[in-house]
Design a protein around this ligand. Sequence first.
Ligand SMILES: N[C@@H](CCC(=O)N[C@@H](CS)C(=O)NCC(=O)O)C(=O)O
Length: 241
Amino acid sequence: MASAAASNTVEVTSPEHFQQQLAVDLQRISLINFWAPWAEPCKQMNEVVLELAKRHPQLLVLNVDAESQADISESFEIEAVPSFIILQGHTLLGKIAGADATALTEAISKHVRTPSSVNPQSHTDLAPAAAPDVAEKTESQEELARRLHALMQQSKVVLFMKGSPDAPRCGFSRRIVGLLKDQGVEFSHFDILSDESVRAGLKVLNDWPTFPQLIVSGEFVGGLDIVQEMVENGELKEILE
Ligand SMILES: N[C@@H](CCC(=O)N[C@@H](CS)C(=O)NCC(=O)O)C(=O)O
């Protein structure tokens, strides 16, 4: 990583290396920073992590390149970068998804300063990144379907992705943005990480389990692989005419 590392910071090079680092002291609190070199929000959070490492010398900071260390990312169910895991030994204390510097700083202060008050949680106890609000809970299936159709028709080309075109939070989303920009396609976007109902609903509506999802004239076209193929065989240009 570009920033000068603090002495309690380690760049993880393999799952074995990761395990070795944790095993040195199972009482120690560690902060795992899942990041990617291409993601703008990670650059900003890497600075926050560096400051936290300096402020708390007893903390172990493990920087994990989420894509090159995919096995580690999968074992913590990391869906997007940046994401942070706080452990004591192998015990999960917390998970923070997204570039939320305040939440990360507060969580680290809590666990590092008062280790005896730590209340370990299991994976299932963890609050989701964004708790569903009341509107989400009370939205009926019909209302959600209407909202999804409206979102899919907000402009001729709509990209449902993780993050935004300027700050994608998944490599697949980053690549489709690059493809569309290379082709000079104008599009609007929706960050599915901001709305769990939209994320789940679109998978069902479009019968497609992943993101990105590209919509043209209100119709589902495909994910990254399909769009890549359509760029190569000229079909994307045809449907945009
Ligand atoms: N091969 C797929 C790759 C997309 C993919 O695997 N996306 C995953 C990771 S970003 C996903 O959306 N998983 C479901 C989810 O996160 O809700 C494509 O062509 O678009």
